[in-house]
Design a protein around this ligand. Sequence first.
Ligand code: NAD
Ligand code: UGA
Length: 451
Amino acid sequence: MTPADTTITVLGAGYVGLTTAALLAHAGYTVYALEPNPERLDVIKQGKSFFFEEGLDAIIKAALDRGTLIPTDSYADSVPRSHIVFSSVGTPDNPDGSSNLTYVFAAAREAAAHLAPGSIYVQKSTVPVGTGTRIEAVFTELGASIHYVSNPEFLREGTALHDTLYFDRVVAGGNDSQAVDEVLAVYRQLETWRDTIATAAGIKPTTQTGQYISTSLNSAELIKVTANAFLALKISFANSIAKLSDEVGADIVDVMDAVGADKRIGRAFLQAGRGYGGGCFPKDVSGLIASGLDHGVELEIMHAAQAVNSSMPGYIVEKLLTSCDGNLSGKKVAVLGLAFKAGTSDVRRSPGIALANTILRTGAQVTTYDPQALGEAEEKLHDGIVQFDSLEKAIAGVDVVIIATEWPEIIHYSAQRYAEAMQGTLFVDAINHFDIATVQQAGLRYIGVGR
Ligand code: NAD
Ligand code: UGA
């Protein structure tokens, strides 16, 4: 089958699904982006994304105009025409931390009634190991004669297009090797178009070459959660050493620069600070712990990663309190950066929001700013926190500035300009980005994490 004869449906046009659908619609395929949420679907039909991701709107619009991307809420219109159906619905956590697979099974059951015999159902959502086998059983029970492939997603928000086009690896696993190969072939096809798509999206092409990896079904599922858990572990490890650095007067940035210079270790994901957030690491770590317990395996190391991570916002606020004699009452504090990282409007489990809400409880007056996440942050910020639509307004006359996210606008604002705008002198660098001497030369007191 050539791409021109191949129709694909992507179930769930969220961060992953919409990115995948828009990219495949530029690689020669006709792609249905199926989204049941009417507000989200409406935005997509206007040629936009409902979240901020660099370059994505441009390629959604172009694919809609060409008719290769078809937004829909109908399984009946899309799935029966499709040789390949990607499922990328959400897998949030249950209150006990385990993975909530409601949407994954609902999508599979709904698709089952419409899937063409011999088609391929590809799971992109992050699921606990063993889920694919359970879904295969559902398809068998419902009489859907299809091939099931696990194809976990590794993109990061903020660099979603880049990560998909210039991937480290594409993993596909399943019981039918031909179906696995067909899924990998879709990515090979995308790779042939990647520089053209990147240019259309305004992203710089690179020469990165990634690996195509085929595995068993269970291995593919386990690869995904293991990768996220290990990255989360690295961050919590760096934060543990940051706490020791604070006690002994070392600088965690220097420490990790040198530790990470060892190629066996690597510098990535050793940036200490306010800890990890987002729609994935927190729930994937708790999901892995729960999945381990289901199989009688206690993953103590992940409990530790979790505990360190949740301690970080409080740890930073304690450091700040120590610098102002334990009293922030009535002080004006600006928290800059509410997205869980730069480059996205996503505020799920955002450390910036945790910091703002924690500071509010000390009796301080809290102002905030984020270049993209103001709308999404609104309902997560406690009453009394004031959001401003510019950095300048948020920091005017404040006693304390807290840098919570590495948005270029926030980190490229010079220490001198922060000092001029503030009334006080406390500068909390919760992402350890700034040069300490430069901040101090601007007349500010620098508070980092492990520095
Ligand atoms: P999301 O919440 O942004 O998107 C999921 C979409 O699925 C929603 O728009 C929702 O309306 C839709 N949906 C719900 N039920 C549906 C159904 N029955 N049929 C069709 N659509 C349905 O989630 P996301 O962040 O894109 O994550 C999706 C999956 O990918 C999760 O398992 C996540 O862990 C994984 N993942 C996410 C990222 C990321 O950066 N966000 C990266 C890698 C993997
Ligand atoms: C992460 C993984 O990096 C992706 O490979 C994966 O596909 C995705 O989760 C997923 O499964 O959803 P993402 O959450 O988008 O991607 O963003 P990251 O860049 O990994 O950052 C996660 C959090 O860790 C952010 O809050 C970030 O600020 C924080 N972080 C990251 C640190 O605190 N220190 C670091 O050194 C790196």
